[in-house]
Design a protein around this ligand. Structure first.
Ligand code: FNR
Length: 342
């Protein structure tokens, strides 16, 4: 592992180690994959304006998310079906994330139950919720997440229908029998609610006191509505290019969301983060922290929990470097004046 110094190396290694169907599932986007490519490419439209002769000894990368301390401003995005990549699946990725001293968001579609995930890690957890046609399914998940010590509910809003991954569908791949969603029993129907509206937040408020986050916001208009409906945080996201193809790359949507929110709630970003300088750019544009989906999965596929920790450590080191070379002794020094769009 000493020769792995960039996240992209984990991508190459993971591709060579997992079977074709599993690789296709995690790598795919929807449609012609414009958003999938755009998420990564858009970071290259931003350039840094470094300051010199600013002493930066001991760059401090610790921060908090909804009051929870994390050791770097990068968390694990919710992703399902991880047993396709590693037999220990989500238990290993949650453990690896905790060992990196950051926060893991467990997916409703995990192949490990939310209770097993909670007992596998020492790190803080949020729970990602889909709103199901059968509302009681969502309600039971929220209650279980509360019981198991999860600290917030991340409601995914960009999925009134599960996106069709054409690359995957064209191959007619299917998953092995034993790969199944672990939060449900075989007879439970987890069809997502395609009719949900903003009142889901009012309903969630009646069943839990946990903070609620809105994941999948790409516009100032929806950011305003989310704030009005009492969310504690917003995750600017297009689901890693896996829902609406041609939706804005998330880093291009970030500035308008930050502007609309005006600091009333915390704003995070996911989609296309592949290096510490990408993290730096997102923070300069106003994100409090970011989340990584595929990079964490690549680490899991290659080396289980250890690989996941290593992915966070690579991002930590790269961010530290970017801070030191641009004159930022602390995260609070990463301001919009350090970035230019071109
Ligand atoms: C996801 N994502 C996701 N999001 C969510 O809210 N619930 C889920 O169950 C899943 N599952 C999932 C599986 C896989 C294989 C991927 C790649 C993604 C989306 C995820 O949370 C996040 O938005 C993106 O992965 C971020 O983009 P990057 O980091 O993969 O570029």
């Amino acid at each position: 592992m000493e020769t792995i110094v960039q996240v992209s190396q984990y991508e190459e290694l993971a591709r060579s180690r997992v079977d074709e169907a599993a690789w296709c599932y995690i790598a795919s986007g929807t449609g012609r994959e414009q958003t999938l490519r755009g998420n990564v490419a858009a970071f290259e439209q931003f350039w840094l304006r470094p300051r010199v002769l600013v002493p930066t000894a001991g760059c401090d990368m610790g921060t908090t998310v909804l009051g929870t301390p994390i050791s770097l401003p990068v968390m694990a995005a919710p992703t399902g079906f991880q047993k396709l990549l590693h037999p220990a699946g989500e238990a290993a990725s949650a453990r690896g994330t905790g060992l990196a001293q950051t926060l893991y968001v467990a997916s409703s579609s995990a192949t490990t139950s939310l209770e097993e995930i909670a007992s596998a890690t020492s790190g803080p957890l949020w729970f990602q919720l889909y709103m199901y046609k059968e509302r009681v399914l969502s309600e039971q998940l929220v209650r279980r997440a509360e019981q198991a010590g999860y600290r917030a509910i991340v409601v995914t809003l960009d999925t009134p229908y599960y996106g069709r991954k054409e690359r995957f569908a064209r191959k007619n791949y299917s998953f092995p029998e034993h790969i199944a969603k672990a939060n449900f029993s075989a007879e439970q129907d987890d069809t997502v609610d395609s009719e949900m509206g903003w009142d889901i937040f009012d309903w969630l408020r009646t069943i839990t006191d946990l903070p609620l986050l809105a994941k999948g916001i790409l516009t100032a208009e929806d950011a305003e509505l989310a704030v009005q409906h009492g969310v504690a945080g917003i995750i600017v996201s297009n689901h890693g290019g896996r829902q609406l193809d041609a939706a804005l790359p998330s880093v291009l949507a970030l500035p308008e969301v930050v502007l609309a929110v005006q600091g009333r709630v915390e704003v995070y970003l996911d989609g296309g983060i592949r290096s510490g300088t990408d993290v730096f750019k997102a923070l300069a544009l106003g994100a409090r922290a970011v989340l990584v989906g595929r990079p964490m999965l690549w680490g899991l596929a290659v080396a289980g929990a250890q690989g996941v920790t290593h992915v966070f450590d690579i991002l930590r080191e790269e961010l530290q470097y970017a801070m030191a070379l641009s004159g930022c002794p602390a995260l609070s020094a990463i301001t919009p004046s350090l970035i230019k769009h071109q």
